[in-house]
Design a protein around this ligand. Sequence first.
Ligand code: PEP
Length: 253
Amino acid sequence: MRSKIVAGNWKMNTTFQEAEDLLYEIADLLNEQGKGDADVIICPPSPYLEMASDIGVENDFFVGAQNANDHESGAFTGEISAAMISSMGITHVILGHSERRTYYGENDAIIKNKIDLALKHELVPIYCCGEVLAEREKSNHFEVVRRQVSEALFHLDKEAFSKIIIAYEPVWAIGTGVTATPDQAQEMHAFIRGLIATKYGDETAADTTILYGGSCNAKNAAELFSQADVDGGLIGGASLKAADFVTIVNSFK
Ligand code: PEP
């Protein structure tokens, strides 16, 4: 189902106490200011998932993991599986983030396995795609995103695909302070929706939630979210500041 969503990716930040304080600060602001008809998903570091989920249940936000392994279980020291995440009552998982692709060698074949395991364990995948700067400069960005989306997702049947949230995150915009213009975001989101329409039909395409990520903040969110095919954001840095994050949540017209 297509929804308005703001998801916060805390990455590898916060101690346990800082995380708990930030979650309560966000919860208090959401309770004071409301969140319109947006869904809020907070993705803290994995050791804090259960604590975050307890606060989320009381305060009407979802909690997601930032990653899950591409194997069901076994001898993968230090890793966390989709089954483990799901067994804690967590609802969402970010998969294919560019930092995982860049620093941990994840490609779309690996991410495809992760998507399948997430769905098997009833987690909603937030699938990240997006080009690096050199690819955009060579006008190769549509082809890169087409390949990422089709290789990781288009093996799914229509029913399974309908559970996916897509996040378009141009890598040159992540953590750089350089944001895609609203026109650039809209152009790529419309392109992704077109790919989905070709594969699964217009209805599925119209029902898919496509988020924008990459230096989205309290100042630029409203303009980005006003674009026809932008259904919200995946927020990194600004999700660590409660007031900014809740302003972003309330940036839908
Ligand atoms: C992200 O890491 O998904 C992200 C969008 O980061 P930032 O908002 O800091 O660019």
